[in-house]
Design a protein around this ligand. Structure first.
Ligand code: S0N
Length: 287
């Protein structure tokens, strides 16, 4: 109880008076909105924000809502308190085959959240406020942008604690920091300070802890002044180059969305409903 209370009393980065409004109440995360930004906070500071199957289920639902809501343009992912962004899977519930949920089923469902972060057609910014370790580190790796506070610490622990992430946690990490560095991170399981993370391209910027949210908001506001559609297409294109057919499917889906917005596609639909042959004979197509 004392440790829980101490964890709850940890300071958080300044919100500079921003009035974050809860979007939905959860047990293990907070999900809030302010002026175009959704903030998802893993809220288990007592356990360095380790995730359980419940946390992951809640994260997944929050990202799904953030995807659907047109008024959400940018998403923050962060951790509660001043100690940790996320320390990976909660080892208290690690069993055979995964992390055991309330129904006794082993889950590895954080992989679904990684995919959601990559495919959601809006920028996801990790605000790394402390330790980003193991599966928690992979979460910051898969975010589009990462801003870290000076106290942030980064690392993988799998080979030390009986796990590994050979998916995005290895291959995408290598795309971010290069093969040699990715192998060093996994083979030695060292911890890296924020300035080292910046130097290896693992994060975009390092700021004092107090300024972390302010910096994130400044980046989000800069992004929100730009074309959301253009940014969506760029994200899909950056993913497609790495994600094979799944990446091409997303980029192609966005191309279909744009096609639906053309007169040519509108004419096809109209003609079907009006039971006539479509007139696709435009002469003003770009060539
Ligand atoms: C984060 C660390 C470095 C912080 O050290 P510090 O500040 O000295 O605090 P501690 O005293 O160590 O911790 C405070 C209390 O919090 C508990 N705790 C910390 N981390 C966890 C955790 N991950 N699970 C459960 N409890 C945790 C401590 O036990 C302590 O409790 P008390 O006060 O009671 O002693 C340091 O804590 C640390 O190294 N933590 C472990 C980090 C780690 O190894 N994480 C990896 C966990 N595994 C994964 O993430 C698996 C990868 C994965 O998710 C995955 C990959 C691929 C496919 C599927 C999956 C999947 O599993 O879903």
């Amino acid at each position: 109880a004392a440790k829980e209370a101490a964890a709850r009393n940890q300071p958080s980065p300044s919100t500079s008076g921003r009035n974050w409004t809860p979007i939905r109440e959860y047990e293990e995360i907070r999900f809030e909105f302010w002026e175009g930004i959704a903030k998802i906070t893993i809220d288990r500071p007592r356990w360095r924000n380790a995730f359980t199957p419940t946390t992951v289920k809640e994260l997944s639902e929050a990202f799904a809502i953030a995807r659907e809501r047109a008024d959400i343009r940018v998403i923050f992912l962060t951790g509660a308190g001043n100690m940790a962004f996320c320390s990976g899977g909660d080892m208290h519930v690690k069993g055979l085959g995964g992390y055991i949920d309330a129904g006794g089923v082993p889950r590895l469902n954080i992989l679904d959240v990684q995919k959601q972060i990559r495919s959601i057609p809006k920028p996801v910014i990790a605000l790394v406020n402390g330790y980003a370790i193991g599966g928690g580190h992979v979460l910051q790796v898969v975010c589009d942008l990462s801003i870290a506070s000076e106290n942030a610490v980064f690392g993988q622990t799998g080979p030390r604690v009986g796990s590994f992430d050979a998916g995005f946690g290895a291959s995408y990490l290598a795309r971010v920091v290069g093969q040699k560095k990715a192998r060093e991170i996994w083979f030695l399981c060292r911890q890296y300070k924020a300035d080292e993370a910046l130097e290896m391209g693992l994060v975009n910027k390092v700021v004092p802890f107090e300024s972390l949210e302010d910096e994130g908001v400044a980046w989000a506001q800069e992004i929100m002044r730009l074309s959301a559609l253009a940014i969506r297409m760029i994200k899909a294109g950056l993913n497609a180059e790495l994600d094979g057919q799944a990446g091409i499917q997303e980029l192609a889906g966005d191309a279909t969305m744009l096609y639906y917005m053309t007169e040519e596609a509108q004419e096809g639909g109209r003609a079907f409903l009006e039971k006539r042959a479509p007139d696709f004979n435009y002469n003003k197509r770009p060539s």
